[in-house]
Design a protein. Structure first.
Length: 587
């Protein structure tokens, strides 16, 4: 029985789990994030396979097994081949059993067959490699550790071999155990930067973030020119909410390594995120002097200028980016991102037709329908609400989901025009056709809230939560509504806390939590959560809430500063506008 294409594909899936055991660095790097069932590694060339003919009984069982396999009956096919391997002591049958188990991702069964394959054909490197991969996949790391230890010891470039081992062990189900194994293997390699980086990655996979940061810092100390170490350290510091430390680390690295392109780009983004727009722009302009065709730097520069509200500069930069991107065949998603920003700039300058012209350049792709929705919004903002509705109804859709997306866009146009009853009626009709569309239910709840139809809103959001119990925003929307109206506050707190367990880093939910604590009179808790939300996402609405808490605490100058920053972000935000009116604040 020779290997067919199907045989090779299944075997490749197994070998892809630990390609280190039979191939070099390039292949292991290419397959670093590939799941066992979808590995793209080319199968290792098969070793000698016996050409001995099968007897009639075996041929009949093979034929029946392959028919069962074609029908998707993996279990019977696997059992037959494993039995044949045991009865006839033929490694070809064991190999086929391994392949069939791999197709079904039945790794324990694959391991059982693979152990037999190795016993029957001990010199077959494919069998040995597959066995090591399956030992990792099933968490039997102690069995495979001696092989990795001897491989590192026998390899001249021990750091490279260790990195390959780390990439292989990343597939282990117990990441913490994999880290322990790697620690033992790295005992004599502690002074090598790339080894410490590999340990940092392993610690990150094990969600041991302090250890990951410790290792990346050590890697950078051992090799101050390692851009990878600098970038990983920066990201871990940001995750640990230490932006000033991240800026210091990356700033020092860029100063010492002025040719480090990615680090300079990331440093510019960090400075922009901290509101240091001029410093960010200077970094990017210096980068573009050295790399005038670096598309990502052009796009980032345009984004920074947009965030700094330097709209004319941003428009010119993004036009330059779009010209270069089209010449270089840039990915559509990046081009579309720039077009959306150009549309935002045009809207802020009340050049609605100019914004529409940018969006009409998005003629296909994942963002096509979003672009059509945005065009309708601009039409509505220019006072052409009937034209906006007509436009949305003319957009071609391929299925009910896309059709509902256009309905929701139309409802959004009506909400923006404060035609809340029209939005409510439109979504009511749509829900009759798609009663369990969670997107429609969510938008319907928003429309009902605007009309003070709180029973309808609550009913829709509770149905939303039934259909999507792990979606945080349903809980958050209902909880925030109660908190904002200063009613049912214990229930609101419970709902928002539930949302936060599902999405702990979502600034809008953290904002809701701070707001409900404010309504409950717990000002210290309110301030703590609102400051964190504002740090994560300094929106005008969060600024409105944070400023109000500061004002009530008597910190009125700080409140004005926050409100002023929020107004600069979005002067038309309704929550902020209403807040400033209530406190009689004008800037």
């Amino acid at each position: 029985m020779k290997l067919t294409k199907l045989h090779c594909a299944a075997l490749a899936a197994i070998l892809g789990m630990a390609v280190i055991t039979s191939t070099g660095y390039a292949q292991s790097s290419a397959n670093n994030n590939t799941s066992p069932a979808r590995a793209t590694t080319r199968p290792v060339a098969p070793g000698p396979v016996s050409e001995a003919p099968f007897n009639a009984s075996a041929m009949f069982q093979i034929m029946m097994s392959e028919i069962a396999l074609q029908r998707g009956q993996l279990g019977p096919a696997y059992s037959t081949y494993l039995s044949l391997a045991r009865e006839q002591q033929d490694p070809r049958f064991a190999q086929r059993a391994v392949e069939i188990a791999a197709i079904g991702r039945a790794w324990e069964q694959a391991l059982e067959a693979c152990r037999l394959w190795v016993r029957l054909d001990a010199t077959n490197e494919e069998a040995q490699s597959a066995l090591r991969a399956l030992l990792i996949e099933t968490g039997r790391l102690q069995e495979v550790e001696p092989y990795f230890s001897s491989r590192i010891a026998a390899t001249e470039n021990k750091a490279l071999a260790f990195e390959e081992v780390q990439r292989s062990l990343i597939r282990a189900p117990n990441k913490s155990e994999a880290l322990i194994v790697l620690d033992r293997l790295a005992a004599d390699l502690q002074n090598i930067s790339s080894v410490r980086l590999a340990l940092s990655r392993a610690a990150l996979a094990a969600q041991n973030y302090p250890r990951a940061l410790q290792e990346s810092r050590q890697a950078l100390m051992l090799d101050p020119r390692s851009e990878t170490a600098a970038l990983i350290t920066t990201q871990l510091l940001l995750r640990d909410q230490q932006p000033s430390q991240a800026l210091t680390v990356l700033g020092q690295f860029v100063q010492a390594n002025p040719q480090a392109v990615q680090s300079r780009l990331q440093l510019a983004r960090l400075r922009s995120g901290e509101g240091q727009y001029q410093e960010a722009q200077d970094l990017l302009q210096e980068l573009l002097k050295r790399e005038p065709n670096y598309l990502e730097a052009w796009l980032t520069l345009g984004q920074v200028q947009y965030q700094a509200r330097r709209f004319e500069q941003a428009k010119q930069t993004l036009d330059q980016y779009l010209q270069l991107a089209e010449q270089q065949g840039e990915d559509d998603s990046s081009i579309h991102n720039a077009l959306f920003i150009q549309a935002d700039i045009a809207q802020l300058r009340r050049r609605f037709d100019e914004g529409i012209a940018y969006l009409k350049r998005i003629e296909a792709g994942e963002q096509f329908l979003s672009a059509q929705s945005r065009i309708a919004q601009l039409l509505a903002k220019s006072g052409r609400v009937p034209e906006a509705r007509s436009f949305l109804r003319s957009v071609p859709t391929r299925n009910a989901t896309e059709a509902n997306q256009m309905v929701m866009a139309e409802a959004g146009v009506l909400r923006e025009a404060r035609q809340y009853q029209g939005a409510y009626d439109l979504l009511t009709v749509a829900l009759k056709s798609s009663p369990d569309s969670t997107d429609l239910l969510y938008d319907y709840a928003l429309a009902a809230e605007k009309l003070d139809k709180l029973d309808d809103m609550e009913r829709a959001l509770k149905r939303f939560m039934e259909l999507r119990p792990n979606h945080a925003h349903g809980y958050n929307a209902l909880g925030y509504t109660w908190a904002d109206r200063n009613m049912r506050l214990p229930e609101a707190l419970s709902l928002i806390q539930k949302a936060l367990t599902l999405s702990p880093e979502d600034p809008s939910i953290i904002d809701s939590l701070g707001w409900v604590y404010f309504r409950l009179g717990q000002l210290d808790e309110a301030l703590r959560h609102l400051q964190r939300a504002y740090f994560l996402y300094p929106s005008a609405e969060i600024a409105a809430h944070l400023g109000e808490v500061l004002w009530v605490r008597g910190e009125r100058d700080k409140a004005r500063d926050v409100w002023r920053a929020g107004r600069d972000k979005d002067p038309n935000d309704t929550v902020l506008v209403d807040t400033l009116k209530r406190f009689a604040q004008t800037f």
